[in-house]
Design a binder for this molecule. Structure first.
Ligand SMILES: [Zn+2]
Length: 112
């Protein structure tokens, strides 16, 4: 079965990816800011409780790949499922077309 081209799906997918990237960058910036502030405070006051946010930042980074796989923003606009399916380890962000409903998510002949 050849993937089908629907330009509405392609543009909807592009806006979902863009929104996801904006949110992800914002969350990463918060985690980094918390990390820098808590290390800076610890360096000034030498109180171990000030390092408490540090493990949370690392947990956040570990959860990062999970967020990519579970975000409702990264579901196929046509069928509502993850475009890479469940049995693969590749990221929905790299998907060219939906493995479930065989619709293109990016324009196969356009620029990437
Ligand atoms: Zn689909």
């Amino acid at each position: 079965m050849h993937p089908q081209i629907d330009h509405k799906i392609i543009s909807e997918w592009k806006s979902r990816i863009d929104e996801f990237r904006v949110r992800k960058t914002r969350m990463g910036a918060y985690a980094l800011a918390v990390l820098i502030v808590s290390v800076g405070l610890f360096a000034s006051f030498r109180h171990p409780l000030l390092l408490l946010p540090v493990p949370f930042c690392f947990i956040y980074m570990l959860l990062d790949w999970l967020i990519v796989r579970t975000s409702p923003l990264l579901r196929c606009p046509h069928c509502g499922l993850s475009p890479v399916g469940t049995s693969t380890r590749s990221s929905p962000l790299d998907a060219d077309y939906c493995a479930n409903c065989h619709h293109w998510l990016v324009n196969p002949s356009g620029p990437r």
